[in-house]
Ligand binder design. Structure first.
Ligand SMILES: Nc1ncnc2c1ncn2[C@@H]1O[C@H](COP(=O)(O)OP(=O)(O)OP(=O)(O)O)[C@@H](O)[C@H]1O
Ligand SMILES: [Mg+2]
Length: 428
């Protein structure tokens, strides 16, 4: 309409609008940069705060309150600056559009006024121009507002997509492990090579045969690779060469669901979720009755302490079970594993935090429970694993010895040395 009324005046106004669009495009690019920076400052600040809250006792022990506070102050300053810059950018849009709008009004008034004086346009047409200018600026300011909002959202989304776009591990296995063999739970490592990074092969040519139903203990110094071995059975990591089989089936061909139903694991770090003690024990068997839960708690020697709590089995545990001792948490996870009743049970330092007397009691319960079940036990307290069917001695990622406790003591190698050190430590 503007061009139809007066091409010259119309083109001048369109030129100003084009300049405006260029400015807004620049602004929205800047907004994207600023928002990205803002999101990462926010992330850094939040994780800094979380670290302080979680590590409060350690910070106090080392008397580092001031240093830590200063570190967080720096993060806070960064966040303040980037938020100020983000707010400035997003608030700049409206005044910019308004300013351009006023310039077009001035242009219409001056250039139009001169044209009226020359008699090339009527006053009514100028009046119409004022209306049209207002109508053009409204969608422009709205779309620029949407554009900056869009940049803000896409900066936040970018960080979410970093997580969502992580390729999922492909679960190609479709076989299920059953109880078809007479002794289910036979595990074999055949020429297994493994490294946490492809360039650094930590384990080379590992061969292990664990007959179904037997109890195996893995011993060795810290960092030898004991946990690594059991992590490989759980397929938390994939091996480089060779194969690991359970009942003759390569675990890569087994679906993760079936593998994790067959193999149960109790770890040193007991994982407790928010919920009652009964819920925590019943985690592996969703429809377990209260009797079953109490039965396994008794076996795991957890029943006694649970009954001393005000609400017994209905006591609600919060914040990862902070209100229990570490040993008590471990007993709960042992009871949980007993209830889930897996064919293969792995206990990685499962009783490391309970006292020796409780450990002996738990051990007794386990001896009945582990009958007919393959079990792999890792423990630094060698007294608890003397009765294992055989022991694997691991050092630096290799199996250096295997045999029963008596055989290994007679051989007089690594195990004898470990055991003598342990026994000397016990008598001190
Ligand atoms: N996720 C990982 N990424 C890279 N290296 C790892 C990882 N986990 C363990 N390692 C390395 O592998 C080696 C074996 O670790 P592993 O946890 O198996 O030891 P361990 O025998 O269980 O020791 P501990 O008795 O202390 O539990 C160590 O040198 C360790 O640094
Ligand atoms: Mg370990």
């Amino acid at each position: 309409m503007m061009i139809w009324i007066s091409p010259m005046l119309g083109i001048s106004i369109i030129a100003i609008i084009c300049i405006g669009i260029l400015c807004l495009t620049w602004l929205s690019k800047r907004a994207r940069r600023v928002y990205l920076k803002n999101q990462s400052a926010l992330g850094a600040f939040n994780s800094g705060i979380e670290e302080i809250v979680v590590g409060k006792p350690i910070i106090q022990t080392f008397g580092l309150e001031e240093t830590t506070t200063n570190q967080v102050n720096i993060l806070n300053d960064n966040l303040f600056k980037s938020m100020r810059s983000a707010a400035f950018t997003s608030q700049l849009v409206e005044p910019l559009v308004k300013f351009l709008n006023q310039i077009t009004y001035c242009l219409v008034a001056i250039q139009g006024g001169l044209m009226v004086l020359r008699g090339s346009i009527s006053i009514g047409d100028i009046q119409a121009f004022f209306l049209y200018v207002g109508q053009v600026s409204d969608p422009l300011s709205r779309s620029s507002y949407i554009l900056t909002k869009f940049q803000e959202t896409s900066a936040a989304l970018g960080r979410i997509y970093e997580v969502i776009d992580t390729p999922a591990e492909i679960d190609k296995g479709n076989k299920t492990l059953g109880d078809t063999t007479p002794h289910p739970g036979t595990i074999d490592f055949e020429h297994v090579d493994f490294g946490y990074t492809p360039s650094n092969v930590f384990m080379k040519d590992i061969n292990i045969h664990i007959p179904g139903g037997s109890m195996v203990a893995i011993v060795g110094p810290t960092g030898a690779g004991k946990s690594t071995l059991v992590n490989l059975i759980m397929r938390f990591y994939d091996i480089i060469n060779g194969r690991i089989t359970i009942d003759g089936i390569d675990i890569r061909d087994v679906s993760r669901e079936s593998l994790h139903n067959t193999v149960g694991m109790v770890l040193q770090d007991a994982w407790i979720f928010t919920g009652t003690i009964a819920d925590n024990i019943g985690y592996g068997k969703p429809n377990a009755s209260r009797e079953e839960i109490e039965y396994v708690a008794k076996l795991a020697m957890a029943d006694h302490f649970i009954r001393t709590l005000p609400d017994g089995y209905d006591t609600v545990l919060k914040r990862g079970g902070d209100d229990l001792s570490q040993g008590q948490r471990q007993l709960i996870t042992i009871a949980r594993a007993f209830l889930a009743d897996p064919t293969i049970l792995i206990l990685d330092e499962a009783t490391a935090n309970v006292d020796t007397r409780t450990e002996v009691e738990v051990q007794k319960a386990m001896n009945t429970l582990l009958k007919g079940r393959t079990s792999i036990v890792i423990a630094h307290r060698l007294s608890t694993i003397k009765n294992a069917d055989f022991l694997l001695v691991v050092e630096n990622g290799t199996i250096v010895e295997q045999g029963t406790h008596h055989e290994l003591i007679e051989r007089g190698g690594h195990y004898k040395e470990l055991y003598e050190n342990y026994a000397a430590g016990m008598t001190v």
